[in-house]
Design a protein around this ligand. Structure first.
Ligand code: ADP
Ligand code: MG
Length: 694
């Protein structure tokens, strides 16, 4: 059981974490995950019955921590989000401009001293009222290291030592910085979500009394929907009528449109460029391609990478340390050496201003989110910061062969029966393969013509070997030589990929098939090498002869043939144990027979993502297209993201340390400290945005 709350206007990652922690402790909540980027709080509940109460409770917590946040329930998302953000942005700008005007008046007008002071005080309260209110609330709750409190303390301190203009200027500067920081975070969130904006708004449902526009989740399997030219296909289905060129770029990253005609399967999220289509819906909305992708992308923010975790921990100790240092700095020199108290308090106030780790707390998750968003725009879905980080350390890649390096579309190129006709042999094989989705099975069924309902057939798939089936009084085996030998049958030597067939324990001949290598297989290996991958392997259940041919054509360093699925897992483990610690291995497969390997490898990459659910579950990265060369693109994006993350960490921490040192020596005015706080955060956010366009 889950409940999802959307927190519109949530711009402070620190508060987000606070909300998450408190929500986690609510009675009846098993887990709470906060995705700062999509502003979602996802609660796992112990029982459905308490849902309402828990939501009320959590809403209270949210309003308590962040009174300005507007809370929506899942599904209410799109409404007026922009208006909400724009309106509050405008009021803030006006308020700050007024405050700045008052400040200038106090500075420039030839007024008596106390007049000037009252201008500064007015400017201060106008810009900083909210900060003070929040600070006061948080003190009551015992949260002294909250950034509002620290800013409040620093500025009130400035008033206390009669630095009136300084106090007002620092508050205005700080609030302006916060505002632009919010603005940048929001803008980037929007540009990232636009990349992933594939959610269809409505579906045109064909009913007995005309066409009705309904919400996609109201459409049932078997319903007919109409997609007009220029519209997005809202649900997965099969074309009943019409032809169209489909723009699949949102789903696959593929820029060349694809022609679709009657009888073709189409997935939601594609756009019909020219034709009108009548589509018979084959999956409910919740299971459609679009929903699967959205779900995956939205949850990506929850799986935190190491830098993200480091920042959370760092933030927790950094602030207390700096604050304690500030207190010592203010009082020790004056008390111990009789130096001027006012001067040292001023230095300490700068410390308080720099004591917020905001720049990092915001920019690191934002960089990861940007990288993940940028990758998904290219048809590479990464399941979280953790996977993106692993990808950047990828030093070895192992490919599955069939369906991954090869097209997986076999052509039957010879039928060699023994004691039965060719047609019969093909038919028996096709019947036995009725339930199999293996590329070999699909091609045999295709060659034998349609009409295998599977009725009356009992079948069992033997992974990596073939199938065993009983029907019409026959026990049929269809598979490779290993399967035959296992059953005491010695098949004749056959070249290439062949499916041997035995009827009631007697050999009945074989069907030979050929598969061709993918156009970009060779390119994929080359690009991996230039992206820093040192070794490229191929693991296959197919025979050595075929394996060698494909490995040669693709330029693979080393291949292993005749592997059963569990042996692929062992091989992957062996390769991983030979890597230097810290280096990662990626395994790329099509999900047929290799879900266990996808799960076991450091990074599991599923190809042609929308095919197999098991593969999507097991994988860390899903390629929407069948292009293995996308793996290298993913690695490049991950490396760029990690570079940006490191830059931000080093930049923010060193500026802060520098300002702390300057302030300790009395060389950093308070406004410089404000720059080290909000200015650095702003720059770090701008840098983080580069991750989107990798
Ligand atoms: P790969 O590792 O190359 O993707 P698999 O592990 O899927 O190959 O399959 C290994 C071999 O097992 C295939 O080359 C084929 O000979 C045989 N095989 C597996 N499944 C089937 C099936 N459904 N029908 C016939 N042969 C099969
Ligand atoms: Mg395979």
């Amino acid at each position: 059981m889950e409940a999802v709350l959307i927190l519109n206007g949530l711009n402070c990652p620190d508060c987000a974490e606070k909300i998450r922690r408190r929500a986690q402790n609510v009675e009846g909540v098993k887990g709470a995950e906060m995705n700062f980027m999509s502003k979602e709080l996802r609660l796992t509940l112990e029982a459905e019955s308490s849902k309402e109460n828990i939501i009320e409770e959590v809403k209270k917590i949210i309003s308590d921590v962040e009174p300005d946040v507007k809370i929506l329930l899942d599904g209410e998302r799109e409404e007026s989000e922009d208006e909400f953000d724009n309106a509050s942005f405008k009021t803030e700008i006006i308020k700050l401009s007024l405050a700045f005007g008052l400040f200038l008046a106090g500075e420039l007008l030839p007024l008596p001293f106390w007049w000037k002071v009252s201008f500064f005080v007015a400017a201060y309260f106008l810009s900083g009222w909210e900060v003070l209110v929040r600070a006061a609330k948080n003190i009551l709750k015992g949260e002294v290291f909250d950034e509002n409190f620290l800013m409040g303390l620093a500025t009130v301190g400035a008033f206390a030592i009669k630095e009136f203009p300084e106090a007002a200027a620092v508050m205005i500067f700080y609030q302006a910085g916060e505002l632009f920081q919010d603005y940048a975070v929001n803008r980037s969130r929007k540009s990232i979500s636009k990349l992933m904006d594939i959610r269809p708004e409505s579906a045109n449902l064909k009913t007995s009394d005309g066409i009705k526009s309904v919400s996609p989740d109201k459409v049932a399997i078997g319903d007919i929907i109409i997609v007009k030219p220029g519209e997005k296909i809202p649900l997965d289905g099969v074309i009943e009528n019409g032809t169209a060129l489909l723009d699949t770029s949102a789903m696959t990253g593929e820029s060349v449109p694809r022609a679709a005609k009657k009888g073709d399967e189409v997935i939601s999220g594609c756009i019909s460029l020219d034709g009108a289509l009548e589509i018979k819906v084959s999956k409910p909305f919740g299971e459609s391609a679009v929903s699967k992708i959205l779900e995956m992308v939205q949850r990506a923010g929850e799986k935190k990478s190491r830098p993200e975790k480091f920042i959370t921990r760092f933030a927790r100790i950094y602030t207390p340390i700096v604050v304690v240092a500030a207190v010592l700095l203010a009082f020790i020199p004056p008390l111990a050496f009789g130096l001027e108290l006012r001067d040292w308090v001023y230095r300490a106030l700068s410390f308080l201003v720099v004591s917020c780790p905001c720049a990092l707390v915001i920019s690191i998750p934002l960089s990861f989110f940007g990288g993940i968003g940028g990758a998904s725009a290219k048809g590479i879905l990464v399941k979280g910061g953790i996977s993106l980080e692993a990808l950047s350390k990828c030093k070895a890649v192992a490919f599955d062969k069939t369906g991954t390096l090869t097209k997986g579309v076999f052509e039957v190129d010879g039928i060699y029966p023994e004691n039965i006709s060719k047609e019969e042999l093909l038919r028996f094989a096709a019947m036995a393969e009725s339930f199999s989705n293996h590329p070999i099975a699909l091609s045999i069924k295709k060659a034998a013509g349609d009409g295998f309902s599977g009725e009356g057939i009992l079948a069992r798939e033997i992974a990596g070997k073939g199938v065993e089936a009983s029907f019409d009084g026959y026990k049929v085996l269809a598979g490779n030589a290993a399967l035959m030998l296992e059953n005491g049958i010695t098949p004749p030597p056959a070249t290439g990929t062949s499916v041997h067939v035995a009827l009631n324990g007697k050999y009945a001949g074989y069907i030979s098939l050929s598969d061709s290598i993918r156009n970009d297989a060779k390119d994929a290996v080359k690009k991996l090498k230039s992206a820093g991958v040192e070794k490229v392997f191929m693991l296959t259940g197919d025979g050595a002869e075929n394996a060698e041919k494909i490995a040669g054509l693709a330029g693979i360093d080393k291949f292993y043939a005749n592997l059963l699925p569990h042996e692929k897992v062992e091989k992957v483990e062996e390769i991983m144990s030979n890597l230097t610690p810290g280096e990662k291995l990626a395994f790329a497969g099509d999900g047929i027979n290799d879900a266990p390997v996808l799960a076991r490898a450091d990074i599991g990459i599923a190809m042609g993502g929308l095919g197999s659910d098991a593969a999507i579950e097991a994988a860390d990265v899903v390629l929407m297209t069948d292009e293995p060369s996308k793996i290298a693109d993913g690695i490049r994006i991950s490396k760029k993201t990690i570079r940006i993350v490191k830059q931000n960490i080093v930049f923010a921490i060193s500026i802060k340390i520098l300002v702390l040192i300057l302030a300790a020596f009395g060389l950093a005015p308070m406004w410089l400290a404000v720059f080290a706080d909000v200015g650095v955060a702003f720059l770090a956010i701008l840098n983080a945005l580069r991750a989107i366009r990798a």
